[in-house]
Design a protein around this ligand. Structure first.
Ligand SMILES: *[C@@H]1O[C@H](CO)[C@@H](O)[C@H](O)[C@H]1NC(C)=O
Ligand SMILES: *[C@@H]1O[C@H](CO)[C@@H](O)[C@H](O)[C@H]1NC(C)=O
Ligand SMILES: *[C@@H]1O[C@H](CO)[C@@H](O)[C@H](O)[C@H]1NC(C)=O
Ligand SMILES: *[C@@H]1O[C@H](CO)[C@@H](O)[C@H](O)[C@H]1NC(C)=O
Ligand SMILES: *[C@@H]1O[C@H](CO)[C@@H](O)[C@H](O)[C@H]1NC(C)=O
Ligand SMILES: *[C@@H]1O[C@H](CO)[C@@H](O)[C@H](O)[C@H]1NC(C)=O
Ligand SMILES: *[C@@H]1O[C@H](CO)[C@@H](O)[C@H](O)[C@H]1NC(C)=O
Ligand SMILES: *[C@@H]1O[C@H](CO)[C@@H](O)[C@H](O)[C@H]1NC(C)=O
Ligand SMILES: *[C@@H]1O[C@H](CO)[C@@H](O)[C@H](O)[C@H]1NC(C)=O
Length: 445
């Protein structure tokens, strides 16, 4: 107690005079930052404990998987901003670095930053080596959990893999398959099509495109938040910390954050140089900007987001239903889809997951510690949802496991870990009954 008081006294009275050798220098927040990297967070789940226990009397009979691609390169806008905005900003900061409040090693780490030569427009949005590793690891873990479903050899009769028409999803599919089967000599998957009705249902949903994605109103909260006092305070804090004699712009701090997130992902979770500029409060604010956008464009913010995702649930229900319909000829063992954030998030909302408090620009302070629609947790790279159907005592005793990020989760108020398949069917029946995609997506309806 005494020493704390003295320390506080020393800091309060002497630090201003010793500003050139700050005792309370700013250090990186360390691995905690992973919780705030939003949609660029690498897939670091379930690497230490891959077990998903199955009741002794049950056997897995069918497995359905829907996932986002793994860690990728930035899109062209972000790559250009890294070249045209971040690189000159780095020079500017280097010139005034002696005014910064960063600790010595942290300062050196930031100074050491250079944009990698692989971050070029040719690699735009392509799967990164890290992402390939993520999907290989997911595939290997699922094979080890359900060896009888994946089997050593791929076969058209028992397996079906499909990706959207993007390099990053096709490469993700191949990476998953390369470790899910010992022998891929007969591996086959359909040529990806543009606007796949299941994997990219939103791209053919006119109502979503017109009323949500291309509607300025959907990003009103985001825009408001970007000029809020929360954002301005973050900008002031970070600018001062870096030793700049001016305030960073929103564009500058955004690309700093984006680069921090991507490069951390590329280093499998080791914090990248730009991340050292931020404290926990700053990360919270920056992650909230992305959460606000995705909440409205892909989450609970607009009904058409989850309503249109019923087609994905329909696909899963059809696949799982084949077992009940004919246990002796139950169709394929495995169906695996490789898609995007825009589909996985809407599907999460269709399953009613992470449905908490509404988030908007004004309530940041009230919800920042409690809101659940956090893209850092629910929309990381390689994010995935799966269903595993188990046959237990007899052919009618079917149980279902719903997996998110390779962990069993509860949906529709059914208590798991595994739920009675017939109860699950009853819960989703109303959703399937009203799953008229044309009507849901009709702009005039
Ligand atoms: C990446 O990090 C995870 C832990 O988060 C670890 O299990 C995995 O082996 C690492 N991958 C590589 C390629 O180092
Ligand atoms: C910062 O201070 C160090 C040590 O005093 C000095 O060597 C360096 O040139 C200074 N950097 C700048 C950009 O002024
Ligand atoms: C990225 O760019 C480099 C250099 O242009 C190239 O060698 C590499 O193959 C590219 N990587 C991907 C994943 O496209
Ligand atoms: C892989 O399977 C093919 C048949 O599809 C077979 O000809 C080949 O020998 C197998 N390779 C290995 C290494 O077992
Ligand atoms: C798998 O199915 C596709 C499409 O029908 C076909 O082109 C391919 O030859 C099949 N592969 C094998 C090993 O039968
Ligand atoms: C845009 O969204 C707002 C708020 O949800 C809505 O009132 C408006 O009708 C939408 N505009 C269009 C063109 O759909
Ligand atoms: C935040 O800063 C911007 C740009 O300087 C300004 O337009 C805006 O009014 C500020 N917001 C608040 C709440 O002070
Ligand atoms: C940065 O902006 C804040 C208001 O958001 C203002 O109080 C401060 O003076 C500005 N700093 C500089 C260096 O312009
Ligand atoms: C989200 O939660 C609210 C409140 O519990 C509920 O009324 C609503 O139906 C839920 N939305 C979805 C899509 O499940």
């Amino acid at each position: 107690m005494y020493s704390t008081t003295v320390a506080a006294f020393v800091v309060a009275y002497f630090v201003p005079c010793l500003a050139f050798t700050p005792k309370e220098c700013h250090d990186s927040i360390g691995p905690l930052a992973l919780r705030f990297l939003s949609t660029k967070r690498p897939y670091t789940y379930q690497t230490s404990n891959p077990e998903i226990p199955i009741p002794q009397t049950c056997t897995p009979v069918k497995f359905w998987y829907f996932g986002r691609h793994g860690t990728r390169y930035p899109g062209d806008d972000d790559i250009l901003a890294m070249m045209d905005t971040l690189t000159p900003l780095h020079t500017e900061i280097s010139n005034s670095i002696n005014n910064s409040l960063l600790c010595e090693h942290t300062r050196m780490y930031l100074l050491s930053w250079r944009l990698g030569s692989d971050v070029n427009l040719l690699n735009e949005s392509h799967l990164h080596e890290q992402g390939k590793g993520e999907l290989q690891a997911i595939g290997a873990r699922y094979k080890s959990r359900y060896p009888d479903l994946f089997t050593d050899q791929f076969s058209n009769d028992t397996h079906y893999f499909r990706a959207t028409d993007a390099e990053r999803t096709v490469s993700s599919l191949k990476a998953f398959a390369s470790s899910a089967f010992s022998n891929t000599s007969s591996f086959w998957f359909p040529n990806p099509i543009k606007n796949d009705p299941i994997l990219k249902f939103y791209s053919v949903c006119e109502k979503w495109k017109e009323q949500v994605d291309n509607n300025g109103s959907s990003r009103v909260e985001l825009k408001k938040f970007l000029v809020s006092s929360f954002m301005n305070d973050t900008i002031t804090r970070v600018s001062l910390r870096l030793g700049l004699a001016r305030n960073l712009t929103v564009e500058e701090i955004t690309i700093m954050y984006t680069n921090c997130a991507f490069e951390t992902a590329w280093m499998n979770g080791t914090l990248a140089p730009w991340c050292v500029a931020f404290g926990v409060e700053d990360f919270q604010v920056l992650a909230y900007t992305e959460d606000l956008e995705y909440y409205h464009v892909d989450g609970y913010g607009s009904p058409v987001n989850w309503e249109s995702a019923c087609v994905v649930l329909q696909d899963a229900a059809n696949f799982l239903g084949e077992y009940e319909a004919n246990p002796r000829n139950p169709g394929r063992n495995v169906q695996a889809y490789f898609s995007h954030s825009g589909a996985t998030l809407k599907f999460l909302a269709r399953l009613g997951l992470f449905n908490g408090t509404e988030i908007n620009a004004d309530n940041f302070d009230n919800v920042k510690d409690s809101y659940v629609w956090r893209t850092s947790d629910i929309d990381c790279m390689g994010s995935n949802i799966a269903f595993v159907l188990l046959q237990c005592e007899d052919e009618n005793d079917l149980k279902l496991g719903v997996l998110f990020q390779e962990q069993l989760v509860n949906v529709f108020d059914l208590q798991g870990p595994y739920v009675d398949y017939h109860q699950f069917k009853n819960k989703i029946q109303p959703i399937l009954n009203t799953c008229d995609f044309q009507q849901i997506c009709d702009v005039d309806a």
